[in-house]
Design a protein around this ligand. Sequence first.
Ligand SMILES: [Zn+2]
Ligand SMILES: [Zn+2]
Length: 240
Amino acid sequence: MSLAEFIILFSTVFFSGLSFLLFKKNNPQVLRLALAFTGAFLFAISVLHLIPEVYENGDKNIGIFILTGFFIQVILEFFSEGIEHGHIHVHKKHSHSFPLAVMGGLCIHSFLEGMPLTEKFLRHDEDGRTLLIGIILHHLPVAFALMSMLIDSGVNKKAAVMWLMLFAMMAPLGALASQFLGEEILSDAGLFFDRIMAVVIGIFLHISTTILFESGNDHRFNMYKLFIILCGAGTAFLMS
Ligand SMILES: [Zn+2]
Ligand SMILES: [Zn+2]
């Protein structure tokens, strides 16, 4: 991954979190629609771009890695309380203590998601850019929700900004770590990168479907939501 891409990946997420300090009031309706867009986009890039590519290379076990990613995310959400969806599921008992489990779960999630980025860029693959945009789009509301949760838990602003910085660094660090693993340690880098991509696809399938499900209002038909979902999927389609 080039330095410019590192900086984009870090700074978009970091400044999205910082923006919470500027406009503390968020509009739940707008946020819900923005989340529906990112959910649809992540789901669509998975099925249109990422899944076909990992299956194309003929690794018979690739499906197991997608399933593994899916279940890793199920487990991570016990800790992160679903902050990866870009909203906070409020649990009263956790208020006013530092949300260490949430932070830990979220950081592992983000680190894993960053891992396939290197290989994609090394191959100058179009899908690499799609993946980068997908991660950024989905982490913008997450950074916002993280800041909101930290401030609500009584963490002071300076410390909150430090934690935000840590979160924003996790995906770039994941990319660096897998680049190191692939180039220096493992003999079959191609297989490793396909499998780590498959794990991230599993994570994407879990969070995108959950985001879409949660952005709905009791399964009532919502014209705006349908439109936004079509826009999200359509954008992913046009990116091929
Ligand atoms: Zn949720
Ligand atoms: Zn993520």
